[in-house]
Design a protein around this ligand. Structure first.
Ligand SMILES: Cc1c2[nH]c(c1CCC(=O)O)Cc1[nH]c(c(CCC(=O)O)c1C)Cc1[nH]c(c(CCC(=O)O)c1C)Cc1[nH]c(c(C)c1CCC(=O)O)C2
Length: 349
């Protein structure tokens, strides 16, 4: 790598510019579906992998080399900044993040410490710097959004209905505001540091915010998201916002100062465009389809590409992350198909 010309197709699509083919990358492109990942993971805990820059960089590069995707995403987790601010979190394989000291009161919020990336996670920034030298595709930095981080911090782990989080939000007015403000500052500090270290674009994961209706989103969440994306404008890099099951929030999202919206599989690209979404779009093959026969994967990918290519500013991705039981060959075949089909279509075949 390194000596190959830099492929900026992904960045151009983020900015809404025309591209010779549709760029593609996948959520969870580094993960347990790769035998190489499993081998490395056997030796370390999740956070240990995170803390050794060579390992972090190797795992980040793996899918780029294996699948020929057009972007890399830093190997870390949305939970990474939470330990330094005082949250005792571990990633349990098969379960996800588990928190030993969940937030129960506004007093717990007061005790959260500010996040200083250079001091608290120097190893992440070192990995970003190494990747900047090694990669010939853009590196996406990322962070969790305040609602999604708060949902883990309050529930203590994964949840189906987020009722403790919502109860806190509806009941503790000042405590909730303070929590959003603190987590907003964590997200900003973390992403700014990743860009300074070399990230070419940043993505904010608000995976679980679809649990709120549009009115509550507007009241409790939109202000902090506006603050985050407004502040990130200073970095000059493209910004991406993503949530699962959040199609009903698209009009709110379209008003935010963000460049790209990530859609899950429930909202088609065409439906989003019909609703007047003008930003660049990323998505949205149902990740369960990766376990279906190839003909079906190809047919659905083609349909998504046809919709996406109606406007410039489109990036192919899944609607959510790759499952561990998907085959590497399927991801290779899909990437090849997206590149070939969109390149031929672009030149009018
Ligand atoms: C909600 C969320 C988390 N983490 C993340 C989100 C937002 C995206 C989404 O909605 O999936 C983001 C994330 N987590 C991870 C990445 C790395 C880069 C990549 O996507 O390739 C990214 C971008 C690594 C990871 N993060 C995690 C793994 C699996 C860890 C393992 O090896 O056990 C990986 C590769 C663990 C994790 N961490 C989290 C969950 C829900 C889980 C997975 C549970 C499971 O599938 O076992 C919290």
């Amino acid at each position: 790598m390194g000596d190959q010309p830099f492929n900026d197709t992904f960045l151009r699509a983020c900015r809404g510019e025309p591209t010779p083919y549709v760029p593609v990358w996948y959520m969870r492109q580094a993960g347990r579906y790769q035998p190489e990942y499993l081998n490395i993971r056997e030796k370390y805990s999740f956070f240990e992998m995170n803390q050794i820059p060579e390992v972090c960089a190797e795992v980040t590069r793996l899918p780029v080399e294996q699948l020929s995707v057009d972007a890399a995403i830093l190997f870390a987790d949305i939970m990474t900044p939470l330990k330094p601010i005082g949250i005792d979190v571990e990633i349990e394989s098969g379960t996800g993040p588990v928190i030993a000291n969940p937030i129960r009161s506004p007093k717990d919020v007061e005790q959260l410490r500010p996040f200083h990336p250079e001091e608290h996670v120097p190893y992440i920034l070192e990995a970003v710097g190494m990747l900047r030298e090694q990669l010939s595709v853009p590196l996406i930095g990322f962070a969790g959004a305040p609602f999604t981080l708060a949902s883990y911090m309050i529930e203590g782990g994964p949840s189906k209905n987020y009722h403790k989080t919502k109860a806190f939000m509806y009941t503790e007015h000042d405590g909730w505001q303070a929590l959003m403000q603190k987590l907003g500052n964590v997200t900003i500090a973390y992403l700014k540091a990743q860009v300074s270290a070399g990230a070419h674009a940043v993505k904010v994961f608000d995976s679980w915010v679809g649990a709120l209706n549009a009115d509550d989103y507007r009241i409790y969440i939109a202000p902090v998201m506006e603050y985050i994306f407004d502040t990130l404008r200073e970095t000059g890099v493209p910004t991406i916002y993503f949530g699962v099951g959040a199609g009903h929030l698209l009009d709110e999202w379209n008003r935010l100062p963000v460049d790209v919206l990530g859609l899950d599989w429930r909202t088609s690209i065409r439906a989003a465009r019909k609703r007047g979404i003008t930003k660049s779009l990323q998505g949205n093959l149902d990740p369960s389809l990766l376990l279906a026969p190839w003909d079906m994967i190809e047919e659905r990918a083609k349909q998504i590409l046809d919709e996406g290519m109606e406007h410039p500013g489109y990036i192919f991705n899944l609607g959510h992350g790759i499952f561990p039981d998907v085959k590497v060959e399927t991801m290779q075949k899909l990437t090849h198909f997206v590149h070939e089909y969109s390149a031929n279509k672009s030149i009018g075949h």
